[in-house]
Design a protein around this ligand. Structure first.
Ligand code: SF4
Length: 74
């Protein structure tokens, strides 16, 4: 599974995109996210609980591949 994957929360009005061509499944986003938004699936990070997001931007900063885009984190 490659390409850019996108998840949207209607209630929060946010979007998270993960570029699976860049993601190497190191799991930094999973480690830093305080609300367990992410999980690993087939060696790639995916968004499991977007409605838990508190828009702290830690995942965007932590990703060593620059694979995560968050609508609240420029
Ligand atoms: S912005 Fe913060 S709470 Fe939201 S997914 Fe990233 S690390 Fe988790």
């Amino acid at each position: 599974m490659t390409g850019v994957k996108k998840w949207t929360s209607a209630s929060l009005g946010i979007t998270i995109e993960i570029d699976h061509d860049k993601c190497t499944g190191e799991g930094e986003c999973i480690r830093v996210c305080p609300t367990s938004v992410y999980k690993l699936e087939n060696g790639k990070s995916v968004v499991e609980n977007i409605d838990n997001c508190i828009q702290c931007c830690a995942c965007v900063v932590a990703c060593p591949r620059g694979a995560i885009k968050h609508s609240s984190c420029g």
